[in-house]
Design a protein around this ligand. Structure first.
Ligand code: ZN
Length: 127
């Protein structure tokens, strides 16, 4: 408890420490967002429109809970995919999963995203 109060005193007295702390928290939130959208993109790949009111899983869209959940998120996922595809094409670090349909392994030396859905699943099972 006393170290927390001491930490707060330092931050209150040192504006740079407050800025650094805020930047660190913002970067952490953005990493979390990118990770969630990367994992959601796996579900979206399995459940998106196949035309004529059908989901790619074969169910009618209205009967597919995954389709409906992804429909709500589709614009956020599409924006995230475009942003990361642009970063990949410019040779910058990006968060596309290595097995994402938009991933171009030869063009992207700076992977930050998941290796694959299988690797993510195995890691989640271990923890
Ligand atoms: Zn579906």
């Amino acid at each position: 408890m006393s170290s927390t109060i001491q930490d707060l005193r330092v931050k209150l007295e040192d504006p740079d420490a407050r800025v650094n702390d805020a930047e660190s928290r913002a970067a952490s939130a953005l990493r979390s967002r990118d990770r969630v959208l990367g994992l959601a993109s796996y579900v979206e790949e399995l459940h998106h429109s196949a035309g004529a009111d059908l989901c790619t899983c074969g169910k009618k869209q209205i009967a597919c809970s995954e389709y409906k959940a992804m429909y709500v998120m589709r614009e956020a996922i599409a924006q995230w995919e475009r942003r990361n595809k642009d970063r990949m094409r410019r040779g910058q670090a990006h968060d596309l999963p290595r097995d994402h349909t938009l991933a171009e392994p030869d063009r992207a030396p700076l992977w930050r995203g998941p290796q694959s859905l299988e690797d993510e699943y195995r890691q989640a099972r271990r923890s």
